[in-house]
Design a protein around this ligand. Structure first.
Ligand SMILES: [Fe+2]
Length: 329
C-alpha cells in the first residue's frame, strides 16, 4: 500500500442567474487545483462531489453544470469514471411536490414508516421523480442513460488503487428533502438504503461514504441506525450542505471514523467558498488534508487559515491509529 489522494468538492449551486460571479470563482478554482496538484505532486485517484451541483435543479442549471465537470476533467486530465456525485436538496425539483408526498412525509415518524415508503415502489418513485432533471444530467455527463428510481437511488462501486480495494458508497440523503431549515432533523437515509449499499462493497478494504447532509440533520431514529452501520463498516465520511469545513477524527466506543466536510464551492462572492484535497499515506499511517478557501480580495483560492486556525501550516495532518489500520487491511 502506498498513497491515495482525492479531491472533495461540494455545493456548487450553479445557476444561470449568477453566471458572472460563478465563473469568476470556478475559474479561480481550476487555476488553484492545477497549481496545488503540481506544487504537492498530487496524483488524484478520485473526485468526490457531495451534492447541490445546481441551484434550482432546472435543465438550464444542469447544462452549465455539465460544462463545468467536462472542463474540470479535461483540465486535470482526469477520467470521468472516477468522478462520483451524490444529489443534495438543491438537486430536488421543489416545484414537483404533490399532496400525496406531503401527506406521506408527515407520517415519517418511525423506522417502520420510513421503510414502508421505501418499499412502496409507486410512492417512492414519485419522491424520486423530483430528481428527473438531475438524472438526465448524470446520464448525459457519463454518456449512458440514467433515471433515478426505487431500484437505483444510491450507488456502491469498487475501485482498486495500488492494490487497495476502495468501496465508494454514494447515499441519497435528499430523497425526502423539501429544502430550507425545516429539513433539519427531518432527513432520512434509512437503514435499508445503507445496508444494501454496504453489502454491495462488503469486501472492499476501505469504504468511503458520500452524503450531502451531515448526520446531525437526520431524523433521530434514522440517525441512530445510520451511525451504527457507518461506525461498524465504513472508515471515511464525506459530506457537504453546511458550507463549513470542520474536519473530525471521531474515536468512540463504536469505532473510529474520519469525517471530512467540503464546505461550499459557491454560495456567493463574499462568503466562505472552499474545497479540500485529502491524502491517505498508508505506509506512514498518516492522513493529510489540504484545505483551500476563496479570498475575494485576491480573486484566488489560498490556504484556508480560518479552518486550520494557524498560518504556519498549509495542511491538517493526523496519524491513523493502529485500530483503524487493522480495519483497513
Ligand atoms: Fe444543501
Amino acid at each position: 500500500m502506498s498513497k491515495i489522494c482525492w479531491l472533495h468538492l461540494s455545493d456548487m449551486h450553479i445557476s444561470s442567474k449568477n453566471s458572472f460571479d460563478q465563473n469568476l470563482i470556478n475559474d479561480a478554482l481550476l487555476e488553484d487545483l492545477k497549481s496545488q496538484i503540481l506544487k504537492h505532486d498530487i496524483s488524484l485517484s478520485f473526485i468526490f462531489f457531495t451534492g447541490d451541483v445546481a441551484y434550482t435543479a432546472s435543465k438550464e442549471d444542469y447544462s452549465l453544470t455539465k460544462d463545468f465537470f467536462a472542463k474540470l476533467c479535461k483540465q486535470l486530465d482526469f477520467n470521468m469514471n472516477n468522478l462520483f456525485i451524490v444529489p443534495g436538496n438543491h438537486d430536488v425539483n421543489r416545484y414537483k411536490v404533490s399532496k400525496l408526498l406531503d401527506d406521506s412525509r408527515r407520517e415519517l415518524n418511525t423506522r417502520e414508516e420510513i421503510k414502508k415508503i421505501i418499499e412502496n415502489q409507486e410512492l417512492f418513485d414519485s419522491y424520486l421523480s423530483r430528481f428527473d432533471n438531475y438524472s438526465e444530467f448524470i446520464g448525459s455527463l457519463y454518456g449512458r442513460p440514467f433515471k433515478m428510481n426505487s431500484k437505483n437511488y444510491y450507488f456502491s462501486e469498487t475501485r482498486t488503487v495500488n492494490e487497495v480495494d476502495f468501496g465508494i458508497i454514494g447515499l441519497n440523503s435528499a430523497w425526502s428533502s423539501y429544502g430550507g431549515r425545516h429539513d433539519c432533523n427531518n432527513i432520512y437515509i434509512s437503514e435499508t438504503q445503507l445496508t444494501d449499499a454496504i453489502e454491495k462493497v462488503k469486501t472492499a478494504n476501505v469504504k468511503i461514504v458520500l452524503i450531502h447532509h451531515p448526520l446531525s440533520w437526520l431524523y433521530e431514529e434514522d440517525k441512530s441506525d445510520v451511525e451504527n452501520l457507518l461506525f461498524k463498516h465504513c472508515q471515511v465520511i464525506l459530506y457537504g450542505h453546511l458550507h463549513r469545513a470542520d474536519f473530525q477524527i471521531v474515536n468512540s466506543i463504536k469505532g473510529e471514523q474520519i469525517i471530512i466536510p467540503a464546505g461550499a464551492i459557491y454560495t456567493g462572492r463574499r462568503v466562505s467558498n472552499s474545497y479540500n484535497i485529502t491524502t491517505i499515506d498508508f505506509e506512514n499511517k498518516k492522513i493529510s488534508i489540504l484545505p483551500r478557501r476563496y479570498y475575494d480580495g485576491a480573486r484566488k483560492f489560498l490556504t484556508d487559515i480560518e479552518t486550520l486556525g494557524n498560518d504556519d501550516i498549509s495542511s491538517f495532518e493526523v496519524k491513523i491509529s493502529e485500530e483503524m489500520m487493522s480495519n483497513i487491511k
